[in-house]
Design a protein around this ligand. Structure first.
Ligand code: NAI
Length: 282
């Protein structure tokens, strides 16, 4: 396949072979986007985003295919926690497989007249108790080896929300800065609750994970559909989403609202002098 058409907006989607990423690829493809899918298999760009070499080859191949300009990026590639899966794999795929691609694609986005990016986080960030912040912090420090060591000790079930919290905080940390908002690139995150995809089917088939999934209260009474997440992502990357910047949008059938009712929005407990410094950009 050669370079994509310059007349259609081009979107790169990681995890495009399955679940939410596949729903995004289908919806955006049907609605006029040129889609460059990235996945371990069944995608235009085949790469293992859990490795530095795989991430770099994905970035290089997408750059060649899009002719150096991307209009949107959606990062869906991810793995759930599972009793037999190493925590370090989630650090490598869920966090570094997201942010290294975001950083690698940023110069391509900067050449678009109306660029935007969406990362997929998770409502496990707020509703799974006991998130290990040391893993989150090591991710945000860019310390993949350190985060991987902590994650292998914690196991992948506990590591999952820590990696997704790191993704959400990375988005909020960078979205408002010079390289993103300051360069006209809107960066946001979505935080889905339980969505019926192969990732959840894997959990339902595991005798240790299935009872935990059963415990999750979903006020609307059902799991989400990948198409519902794709619809929100299309809004966020398109012209109607032009005022979203640094948002982390929960789309979870009410689980977060039920379990963390009064925790958000969180009022700003800061003295007025420090608030003024923050607003002045200290
Ligand atoms: P899925 O398992 O259907 O799709 C994930 C895709 O990521 C797969 O196509 C897989 O091949 C790809 N992937 C995994 N490891 C990779 C690697 N090393 N390199 C390249 N691609 C890789 O999962 P689903 O449910 O669509 O999840 C998409 C995103 O949404 C994930 O980041 C997940 O953590 C997140 N999420 C999912 C929820 C759910 O309930 N399904 C809830 C909250 C967040």
């Amino acid at each position: 396949m050669g370079a994509v058409s310059p007349t259609m907006p081009t979107v790169a989607i990681t995890g495009s072979a399955s679940g939410i990423g596949a729903a995004c690829a289908e919806r955006l493809g049907a609605n006029g986007y040129e889609v460059i899918g990235i996945d371990r298999h069944g995608a235009t760009v085949v790469a293992d985003l859990g490795t530095p070499a795989g991430r770099q080859s994905a970035i290089g191949e997408v750059e060649d295919r899009c002719g150096g300009v991307l209009d949107a990026v959606v990062t869906c590639a991810g793995l759930a926690g599972a009793p037999s899966r190493a925590g370090s794999l989630l650090v490598s795929v869920n966090y570094f497989g997201t942010v290294v691609l975001m950083e690698g694609f940023r110069p391509l986005l900067a050449r678009s007249p109306s660029p935007s990016a969406v990362a997929v986080s998770s409502n496990s960030t707020t509703i799974q108790p006991g998130v290990d912040r040391r893993i989150t912090n090591a991710c945000l420090d860019g310390d993949e080896d350190g985060a991987a060591r902590l994650a292998d000790d914690a196991g992948s079930m506990g590591t999952y929300p820590a990696t997704k919290l790191a993704v959400a905080h990375w988005v909020r940390r960078h979205a408002t800065g010079g390289e993103w908002a300051g360069s006209g690139i809107r960066l946001n995150a979505v935080a889905p609750g339980m969505v019926d995809t192969p990732l959840v089917a894997e959990g339902r088939a595991d005798p240790k994970v299935a009872p935990l999934l059963e415990m999750l209260p979903i006020p609307i009474g059902r799991a989400g559909r990948p198409e519902e997440i794709a619809a929100l992502i299309e809004l966020l990357i398109g012209p109607d989403g032009g005022f979203f910047c640094g948002s982390v949008l929960f789309i979870d059938g009410g689980s977060d609202a039920l379990l963390r009712t009064a925790d958000w929005p969180a009022p700003w407990d800061i003295d007025l002098g420090r608030a003024a410094e923050r607003l002045a950009g200290d």
